[in-house]
Ligand binder design. Sequence first.
Ligand SMILES: [Zn+2]
Ligand SMILES: [Zn+2]
Length: 139
Amino acid sequence: MTGNCLCGAVSVTIDARPEFINDCNCSLCRKVGGAWSYFPSSSVKTTGNTFSVARHDKKAHGVEVHSCEICAATTHWVLTKSFKEQNPSADQMGVNMRLFDPDELEGVEVRFPNGKDWAGEGPFGYRRMALTISDSAPW
Ligand SMILES: [Zn+2]
Ligand SMILES: [Zn+2]
C-alpha cells in the first residue's frame, strides 16, 4: 500500500499493512506530526525528494526524520549513520502512517505510548488503551 505527502510529490510504499501504529506523545513525535509503523528498510520504497533533520538538541540522535521538500509533510525516518555504526545489525525505518488513507488502515491497532515520560530505556508505558481502526473508531 502507498501513502502520499500533502502535495503528492513524495510517496511511501510498504510491503504489507502494519500490525500496529505508535501514536506517541514525546516531543519529537508530537512536533513532527508522526505516527509510526516500523519496517525493515527493504520493505519500504520512497519516491520524491525529501529533506532530513536529526535532533541535534540531544546528545545521541538515533533517527533522521524526512519530510517532503515541497510541502514539508513528515514522511518517514531512517536510522542515523552513527546509530548504525554502534548497532550494526539494526535495520529499521519508521513510516508516518498519517500519509495513508485511514480507510485502508481498517483493523490496524493504534497504540498510544507515553514517550513524553519515558526514561530513555526499557519499554514504554501507555497513556491510554489501544484502539483498532474501524468505522466506529476512526483515527
Ligand atoms: Zn509534498
Ligand atoms: Zn515519540
